[in-house]
Ligand binder design. Sequence first.
Ligand code: PGA
Length: 241
Amino acid sequence: MKKLIVANWKMYLTLRQSVTLAKSFLPTTSYLLHTQIVLCPSFVALEEVAKIVRKIKNIKLGAQDVTPERHGAFTGEVGLDDLRELGVEYVLVGHSERRRYFKETDTVVNRKLRAVLKVGMGPILCVGEPWNIRRAGKAQSYVEKQLHAGLRGVRSQDLKRVTVAYEPVWAIGTGRADSPKDASSMHSYIRKVVGVKSMPILYGGSVNSSNAKGFLREVSIDGLLIGKASTNFNEFSKIMS
Ligand code: PGA
């Protein structure tokens, strides 16, 4: 199976910078033979990046978030119909930055995930424990709880369209990635909890060109969710190749 590499550009790039970065992918289709790339620009950059990505096989479009509301008086929100019109196929839900800074609860995350599934897109459910929980040896039960809450009410045939991203909170943006061995054992645990053999499970948290191969070598790691390192084309192309 091709490894899935998801680039989360967060709020690192302006519209113009996002377009420039997306264009760098145009002449680079050879390594896309063994990887499937998903680019997640900001909402503002989605439309322009979509125009570029449409021309490149094996690069798909993702959104960093979405509202679970369908339509109407929700000032400031961006809805699934907009994302669908732009050709978005994946949506991140429950990223730890959303949980932490925007107080998203498991209930909100679950509503978002189900809304994404309902319109036929693929949610990427982000889970991961803070450092005090890891240190206390309770990471598995913490992640298990997030999985059950995030996937509540999802029919088993729809579970196949969910991707899970394991991102230990203490590893995100800190330069201190998990070890491939520990991440891999958490991935196996997640697979056991969810019970879907074919579900892609990604690792995220301080992935860069020096440590990416170590994660990708693990059979239980189906791909990567990359923040900072995905905003630099040279760095990202080393990870993809
Ligand atoms: P990072 O972010 O690669 O910058 O640590 C990963 C993520 O938050 O998805």
